[in-house]
Design a protein around this ligand. Structure first.
Ligand code: ZN
Length: 568
């Protein structure tokens, strides 16, 4: 069956709730472990059905936010998802109190109980209204971003479609494109400020209702972080500051030298070679053909996976009007298949996005065939990003089929880009700690703080007088800050781990064992917490002092052996 034929039917919440409570009552009273296990299976089927419907809505809404039917269904989903959380929390409560807990733990492991406890500590019926408000606000942000229609080069462009111009070989075009892009944010600045401020206030209110000092602790619980906290993250940011920020500055200087310009401006940052960035040599269909070959050659598991994805057409890759920005992968439990969403725009980002999202998709595909609980389909985000970011590197041997004679440029951009990204990632994280520790800060104070943090972690950044950016407005384009608070450090943690896979695969030439470790990680899904997954993958703990210093020399050596000026 193809994705377009997957049938959506609005779940009748009262029906779901009735059925749920019946099962839950049975679960509570079940005299034996076996009976509880049977009831858990039925509850799990109900969850799968509900999640599949909600996911269908969110996919179809994000693909075309102007579609009125799915827009209304998304509003409905925003209303009932918190109510579903209430049902789920009641079930978790019963599970935690089960007289057969030991038997349940033997079957499912400890992780489901950790997740249940975190759910209990981060949810109560008292905050349903606030959660609904939060959903409305994050949907409003998504719609505002998707509404962008930027007049440029005689065309009307979305935010994704203007990006290629920010990589133009013509410096005046780059600057004009950056100005046009951010003029959309400047024009809607008050609206972005209003949405964000409302989000901060509603999140702070929820945290206080649940008895927390502020939203930070609640956010960590909502992210299901059970084996590290804000202190470890702060120490990790310090490692980035000490070891990666100097390297970041050095790489930006090298970029300026390569381009033959005195001082690199913000509008130059996306432009890496004076004869143009590495570009995929064909369109989306052409890339899909190569993707198919690549995954057929990589492993039998990836071959089976990619064939099913293509047969069922569970990918929507092209940028188009009304489509939400960014890229994501999600999973439809009833169909046991992932879905990939992207905004292709003809740059090398398309290839990275494809391999990245395929990493997520392949992981959920594997886990969907291994794990017993829907809770274990995806791991927590920092672990999930290991799969995606490492897949970008496992794809290297096939990249020449995408980039032809520009392959060296591509690899240089990809690897240096991985390092350049991390200081930006910790900026986003540090900023959010400030915002939620100081919920009363004004929009202007938030922007000033953003600018201060940019100066700390991205000292070479120079906005060249673009007023909106000089005032600290850049972060408004970063959807995670609005829609998934504190989800960002995850990318940087995973990047450090993905680089460990890159070293094993590309520097030490241990492909067999690296891929075996990767496959194990995929299959484990979310059945373990982050640091236990790191161990399972034979990777080093990124929080351990020295973890970053350990990874940088190999990357620097590789980058140093490239005669990048000759590629110009
Ligand atoms: Zn990802």
């Amino acid at each position: 069956m193809a994705f377009r034929d997957y049938r959506y039917e609005r779940p009748d919440f009262d029906e779901v709730s009735k059925e749920w409570n019946l099962l839950l009552d049975g679960f509570r009273k079940a005299p034996t472990l076996d009976e509880q296990l049977l009831l858990m299976e039925e509850i799990s089927t109900l969850v799968s059905r509900f999640q599949t419907m909600m996911t269908l809505v969110s996919i179809r809404h994000s693909v075309d936010t102007r579609d009125e039917f799915y827009s209304a269904e998304q509003d409905y989903a925003d209303e009932i998802t918190p109510k579903m959380m209430s049902l789920l929390t009641a079930f978790y409560d019963a599970m935690l109190k089960s007289p057969h807990r030991e038997g349940l733990e033997t079957k499912f492991g400890k992780q489901i109980f950790r997740l249940a406890e975190m759910q209990q500590r981060s949810f109560s019926d008292d905050i349903i209204e606030e959660l609904q408000e939060e959903n409305r606000l994050t949907s409003a942000y998504g719609k505002l971003i998707a509404s962008a229609e930027i007049e440029f080069d005689g065309k009307t462009l979305t935010l994704a479609q203007i990006d290629p111009y920010t990589q133009s070989p013509d410096r005046t075009v780059r600057k004009a494109a950056v100005e046009a892009k951010f003029s959309f944010f400047a024009e809607h600045e008050e609206e972005f400020d209003r949405i964000y401020d409302a989000l901060v206030q509603v999140r702070d209110k929820m945290a206080k209702k649940l008895g927390y000092k502020n939203f930070v602790e609640l956010a960590y619980l909502r992210m299901n972080r059970s084996d590290y906290g804000a202190e470890e993250v702060a120490a990790y940011r310090k490692q980035v500051l000490d070891y990666l920020v100097p390297l970041h500055t050095k790489l930006r200087q090298r970029q300026a030298d390569r381009l033959g310009i005195d001082s690199l401006k913000f509008h130059d940052e996306g432009f890496h070679f004076s004869n143009g960035n590495a570009k995929p040599q064909g369109d989306a269909d052409w890339m899909i053909e190569r993707t198919k070959t690549m995954y057929h050659e990589l492993s039998p598991e990836t071959a089976e996976f990619i064939d099913r994805m293509l047969e069922e057409e569970t990918m929507d890759l092209l940028a188009k009007p009304g489509k939400e920005s960014g890229g994501y992968c999600t999973y439809l439990p009833e169909y046991k298949i992932p879905f990939i969403f992207a905004n292709f725009n003809g740059t090398s980002d398309d290839v990275d996005t494809l391999t990245h999202e395929v990493g997520h998709a392949f992981q959920s595909w594997c886990a969907g065939r291994e794990v017993a609980l829907t809770e274990y389909l995806f791991p927590t985000y920092e672990a999930a990003e290991i799969h995606s970011m490492s897949m970008e590197f496992f794809a290297w041997p096939w990249m020449d089929s995408f980039f032809g004679d520009q392959i060296e440029k591509y690899k240089f951009m990809h690897l240096s880009g991985s390092l350049l990204f991390i200081p930006y990632g910790v900026t986003v994280d540090h900023f959010q700690h400030f915002v939620y520790e100081n919920p009363q800060a004004t929009p202007a104070e938030r922007k000033a703080k953003w600018r201060e943090l940019e100066a700390l972690y991205l000292p070479s950044r120079d906005y060249d007088g673009i007023e909106y950016l000089e005032r600290g407005g850049f972060w408004m384009r970063q959807g995670h800050i609005f829609q998934s608070p504190f989800y960002y450090i995850d990318y940087t943690l995973a990047q450090v781990l993905a680089l460990q896979f890159w070293v094993k695969d590309q520097v030490e030439h241990e492909h067999e064992s690296a891929w075996a470790d990767y496959l194990n990680l995929c299959k484990a899904g979310g059945s373990l917490p982050f640091l236990e997954l790191v161990e399972l993958g034979n990777l080093d703990n990124p929080f351990a002092e020295g973890s970053i210093a350990k990874i940088t020399p190999a990357v620097e050596t590789w980058l140093d052996q490239v005669d990048d000026k000759a590629l110009n």
